[in-house]
Ligand binder design. Structure first.
Ligand code: ZN
Length: 381
């Protein structure tokens, strides 16, 4: 809850889009309203507090007391029912071994590059996909995997005609996209990220993936981004404009879409996961509705021929991103219908809201859990 709205007679905490409109996930208030109705019998107008201002002077105080008691009760209830407990955090090695399909074994990992444009490459190793621009101005990378891989990453850059890494942009703060900062920062690379990601890198955080969890420790100052932005910034590098855009909380609170205008390519980080269902880091401010919005806003920035680089999985295109958005919108719609009817997390699992995509995307358990917690604001971990 990042702001509050004054509606007539009562303060309603609300989440907002960047343009000031309210996100459509106020379902977390429905139990308050239901309880209020049960206690004081004022009916569904309680959900629309501006209508409450039409109550007569005698009714209004009772209504307010009732709303207060209901909210207090709900807060206590939600705190006690935040889904399954957070799994015990694993160390990096164990945690990496859990990744599909065979785990990430850093020492054995080889860097495989693919040319997707005149001066632009995608590097695969362990962790998130990297975009690498190599040209007369130097080398700019998007995401930087892990320190142990840096000699191999730099060797591949050298093989392709580059020399070192001048700029590294983090699509977000998660270790599998930003851990390479630990090597690049001290070596003199300029590190760039959305301002919220920099803040997240300064502290310890538990990343709860539901089936497992990882404690990402605070990075030392040398690995913090040197350059940050709020909503947008622009590079003019290797003969093209590179736009960095942030559209609010999505996979995390600090996501960036990096658009290479000359190459007509975009790197979306984990806002777009093409290796399974997306992970919404709801425990650290990520948001399901925001993730859909972020993708939709990015789609408006590109065209039918744009190359779309996901955080994980195969390089995709405009249609791939459009299909992903449609899938997420459909799933969210189904979940919201259930949540409005008071469905528990277990009931949403049982409703098979993702059924037609499960064969391709895999087990939806973690995704549904984080989506549910995000849509009902039940994350208190
Ligand atoms: Zn991530």
């Amino acid at each position: 809850m990042n702001r509050t709205l004054l509606h007539g007679c009562f303060w309603i905490p609300a989440r907002h889009n960047n343009d000031g409109s309210v996100l459509d996930d106020l379902a977390s208030w429905y139990p308050v309203i239901d309880l209020c109705i049960q206690i004081c019998g004022y009916g569904p107008h309680s959900y629309y507090p501006e209508i409450c201002s039409t109550l007569d002077n005698e009714s209004r105080p009772m209504h307010h007391i009732c709303l207060f008691l209901s909210f207090s009760f709900l807060t206590a209830t939600l705190s006690a029912h935040d889904g399954p407990p957070v799994p015990e955090p694993k160390n990096l090695e164990d945690f990496m071994g859990a990744f599909r399909p065979r785990g990430w074994k850093l020492e054995q990992t080889q860097i495989v590059s693919r040319k997707i444009g005149d001066k632009l490459y995608v590097f695969n190793g362990a962790g998130g996909n990297m975009a690498v621009s190599i040209g007369d101005d130097g080398v700019l990378v998007v995401d930087d995997q892990f320190p142990v891989l840096m000699p191999k990453i730099k060797a591949e850059i050298a093989r392709l005609g580059g020399n070192g890494i001048d700029f590294a942009i983090n699509t977000h703060w998660h270790f599998d996209h930003a851990e390479g900062n630990l090597a690049l920062g001290p070596a003199g690379t300029w590190l760039v990220a959305q301002a919220n990601s920099r803040e997240m890198m300064k502290q310890d955080h538990i990343i709860n993936l539901v089936t497992s969890s990882y404690e990402q420790k605070a990075y030392p100052e040398s690995a913090w981004p040197d350059i940050t932005f709020e909503n947008a910034m622009h590079f003019h590098f290797n003969g093209e404009q590179v736009d960095l855009m942030h559209f609010g909380a999505a996979h995390t609170t600090g996501d960036t879409a990096v658009i290479f205008r000359g190459h007509n390519a975009v790197h979306l980080g984990d806002v777009y996961n093409n290796a399974g269902y997306p992970f919404i880091d709801a425990g650290n401010g990520g948001h399901f509705g925001g993730l859909i919005k972020f993708c939709t806003k990015t789609l408006k920035q590109i065209d039918a021929k744009t190359i779309v680089i996901p955080g994980h999985g195969a390089v995709s295109d405009y249609q791939g991103l459009a299909d992903y958005i449609e899938m997420l919108q459909t799933i969210r719609k189904r979940m919201m219908v259930l949540i409005r009817d008071g469905a528990t997390l277990a009931e949403v699992y049982d409703a098979k809201v993702t059924e037609e995509w499960d064969e391709k995307k895999g087990n939806p358990k973690g995704f549904i859990n984080r989506a549910y917690m995000s849509l009902t604001h039940r994350v208190v971990e």
